[in-house]
Write a protein that binds this ligand. Structure first.
Ligand code: IMP
Ligand code: MG
Length: 169
């Protein structure tokens, strides 16, 4: 396991994302952040503290990975708030094939939000299978499996402060 990004680099980037998001929504009277569990919880906690706006925070839980391989999407915890006419910003830890975000985008969009945007800390352009544009990306990364800062392998490593690359066993 080797360190890929340290705390300082992550923090600097999260600050920039927070500033950009603040600017984008500053003329709106409402913002709802939708955190995709579990991987995004640490990114969410840091990001929302860099957004200088009144906002609400909601959670949805979908999972798609078993170990280091993609599997079927499972909706583990649904939302229980009214999406209609809200400005929804989906916060993801990482977009890989794009299956999860594509599913979520459609799922939320069907509930008629006023606007729907996406912020992800990591994006794997080589693995992405869709055309849908991602509004805010923290870091583009190559096709490697990373852990730490919320990201796991079989639920372990989420509490690590830095991001690490895991090599295939
Ligand atoms: P996608 O549906 O293929 O885009 O995968 C997205 C989800 O898979 C993310 O929300 C993560 O939970 C998980 N995932 C994808 N790549 C990684 C990785 O490199 N490390 C840890 N989790 C990952
Ligand atoms: Mg996830």
């Amino acid at each position: 396991m080797k360190e890929y990004l340290n705390e300082k680099k992550i923090k600097e980037r999260v600050e920039i994302l927070g500033e950009a998001i603040t600017k984008a929504y500053k003329n709106q009277n409402e913002l709802t952040i939708l955190c995709v569990l579990k991987g995004s919880f640490i990114f969410l906690a840091d990001l929302v503290r860099e957004i200088e706006l009144d906002l609400s925070i909601e959670f949805i839980d979908v999972s798609s990975y078993v170990g280091m391989s993609r599997s079927e999407l499972v909706l583990n915890k649904d939302i229980n708030f009214n999406v209609k006419n809200k400005n929804i910003l989906i916060v993801e830890d990482i977009i890989d094939s794009g299956n999860t975000i594509n599913f979520l985008f459609k799922y939320i969009n069907d509930k008629k939000p006023k606007s729907l945007k996406i912020a992800t800390l990591f994006f794997k352009p080589e693995a992405y299978n869709f055309n849908m544009k991602i509004d805010w990306i923290g870091f583009n990364i190559s096709n490697e499996f990373i852990v730490g800062y919320g990201l796991d392998l079989n639920e372990i490593h989420r509490n690590k402060k830095s991001i690490y690359i895991l090599e295939d066993e």
